[in-house]
Design a protein around this ligand. Structure first.
Ligand code: AMP
Length: 560
């Protein structure tokens, strides 16, 4: 250890712990009257938000929640969720943001594994909760959240209804100081096999993540995304990695926030229009859905800046959005990383280049944000050069990465092998610092002795004008090891078969973008591609179902 100089602080010097309560200081100072909106139902000022967080803290303390307990939330995106993201950690408890899109068995598993003590349940999930209540091993109390019918009689061990309890509680709470390394949040990630795994983040990590994210979203001129006069609406569930951390950023900055509740295209579009939303974030499939929904047809979305993450952003979606006035910026992260790791930044060199080149860089996973270290390694863990060509597993270091999987020593060690967090993604790094995600290691297609990126192929296929959505997976092939199989959703009144797709891909083979084994010999036309609980292409499910499409001689299957 280096012998550095460490000075003894003054006796009464205040040792400032980085706690989530600190994130509440500035926003309400900047903008006391600015609004937090929930659908067409609720409008709160920042002053009221602060009071409601204190009221909720009183309610939870009254209900017996103690520091170190885990409190779970089952809700759509709402102002109440925002209040939980602050109040629960601020009393020293841990907020478990339940992925309500998982199967009841998986939700049950996560709740027992996380040792939830109290659960806040939106009335829409009362039936779901009832179906698992008998097998919950640690939950002692429930609290009802409702916009409509009073379903309190149906919830066991009910403390009361959220609004009634808040109304009766004091708007003052003396939030204590405690160790900044205390766990603040937890949630579960569903891998390709086995049970969901719990990741967790401390107060210190969330504060540092918020500061870094604020500096990136607000500070980089080439992708200026979020200023204090912007209006923020998430289109990512708040249970998915803290809604990418942006509710904390928006609250820190005192930005107007709009929470849409359950995602319904009509409500999203109405809120966008009436509340003058300028900044959102979502996965590509959700944007695709919004662009193609009948209500949005012909709508000019001018001025809407959207971060796309969670999956690769392809050129066709980038251009389709731009044609409707939406400026997309790609970012990269994962459940284990809080999530922000990288975001597009166009440096002077790129800004001076062609528009085509700029687009290529705007849709990559981006440049690691401040404090993040990124590298690529081979299968033996040896570092590979950042030359834009060498491909390896992306590994990371940052102050806000989950330190392991809760209660899973072996999986935690694998995650952190060699002192770097292993992402499970194959990537290249270039000399400008850009990360280009080539594929999930598990999704790479091994064909004819070469590795083919399913993401590359999806990008090239999506450039065909008839294609609305595409997913590519590898299927076993006795001769080639694997061959790509493409699942397609076409635009209305369009037709495509395997032969026409081959013609579309041929120029890319001739130009050396892909090898000839990359041309799918089979495609299936479907009306919907299976999606995960957060709206990403569900390649696990597709692989399971693929036999069905292959075995059937249905009109949907087209073979070269
Ligand atoms: P999750 O933990 O469910 O949020 O999934 C994280 C995974 O999503 C990453 O490991 C990547 O495989 C993928 N992902 C996230 N952002 C991007 C991006 N910009 N480009 C490509 N893949 C991405």
């Amino acid at each position: 250890m280096l012998q550095t100089r460490i000075l003894k602080p003054a006796n009464d010097a205040y040792q400032y712990p980085l706690l989530i309560k600190r994130l509440l200081l500035s926003g309400s100072r900047y903008e006391k009257t600015r609004e937090i909106v929930y659908r067409d139902r609720v409008r709160l000022s920042y002053r009221e938000l602060g009071e409601r967080i204190a009221r909720l803290a009183n309610v939870l303390t009254e209900a017996g929640v103690k520091a170190g307990d885990t409190v779970a939330v089952m809700d759509w995106d709402s102002h109440r969720y925002l209040e939980c993201m602050f109040a629960i950690p601020m009393i020293g408890a841990v907020v478990h943001t339940i992925n309500v899109r998982l199967s009841p068995e998986q939700i049950l598993y996560t709740m027992n594994h996380a040792e939830d003590r109290l659960v806040l349940v939106n009335s829409d999930f009362v039936g779901l909760y009832q179906s698992i209540a008998g097998q919950l091993t640690t939950v002692e109390k429930t609290l009802l959240i409702t916009d409509g019918p009073d379903r309190s009689a149906e919830l066991p061990n009910l403390v009361g209804e959220y609004e009634q309890l808040l109304a009766a509680a004091s708007p003052h709470y003396d939030f204590p100081d405690f160790d900044e390394h205390s766990v603040a949040t937890t949630f579960y990630t569903t891998g390709t096999t086995g049970n969901p795994k719990g990741v967790y983040f401390t107060h210190r990590q969330l504060v540092l993540h918020t500061l870094a994210e604020t500096s990136v979203l607000g500070g980089l001129d080439s992708v200026r995304l979020l200023g204090s006069d912007d209006v923020y609406m998430p289109i990512t569930p708040m249970f998915h990695v803290h809604a990418w951390g942006i509710p904390y950023v928006a609250t820190l900055m005192g930005i107007k926030q709009v929470y849409p509740g359950r995602y319904e295209p009509e409500m999203l579009l109405r809120l966008w229009r009436e509340e003058r939303v300028t900044f959102s974030h979502c996965v590509p499939t959700i944007l695709q859905m919004l662009l193609s929904c009948p209500l949005g047809q012909g709508q000019d979305f001018g001025g809407w800046k959207i971060i796309i993450g969670g999956s690769a952003l392809n050129r066709s979606l980038y251009q389709a959005a731009l044609a409707r006035g939406i400026q997309l910026t790609a970012a990269y992260g994962m459940s284990e990383t809080c999530p922000l790791i990288s975001c597009a930044h166009l440096n002077e060199e790129l800004l001076a280049g062609s528009e085509d080149e700029r687009v290529s860089y705007r849709i990559k996973a981006g440049v690691p944000v401040p404090l993040v270290e990124a590298a690529i390694v081979d299968e033996q863990g040896r570092f590979l050069p950042a030359n834009g060509e060498s491909q390896g597993e992306l590994v990371l270091r940052a102050p806000w990465l989950s330190m392991g999987y809760y209660g899973e020593a072996q999986k935690s060690d694998e995650l952190w092998a060699g002192g770097w967090l292993h992402t499970g993604d194959v990537a290249t790094l270039d000399s400008m610092g850009f990360i280009d995600i080539r594929d999930r290691i598990k999704d790479v297609i091994k064909t004819g002795g070469e590795w083919l990126s399913s993401l590359d192929l999806e990008d090239l296929i999506s450039r065909h004008p008839a294609v609305r959505e595409v997913a590519v997976v590898g299927v076993p092939d006795p001769q080639w090891g694997e061959r790509p199989f493409a699942l397609l959703v076409l635009h209305e009144a369009q037709a495509l078969d395997a032969r026409k797709l081959k013609e579309h891909l041929k120029p890319f083979v001739e130009q050396g973008h892909i090898n000839k084994w990359a041309i799918p010999s089979q495609i299936a036309l479907v009306t919907e591609i299976p999606k995960t609980s957060v709206g990403k292409l569900d390649k696990k499910r597709i692989r399971v179902d693929i036999g069905q499409w292959q075995a059937s001689n249905s009109a949907f299957l087209s073979t070269l």
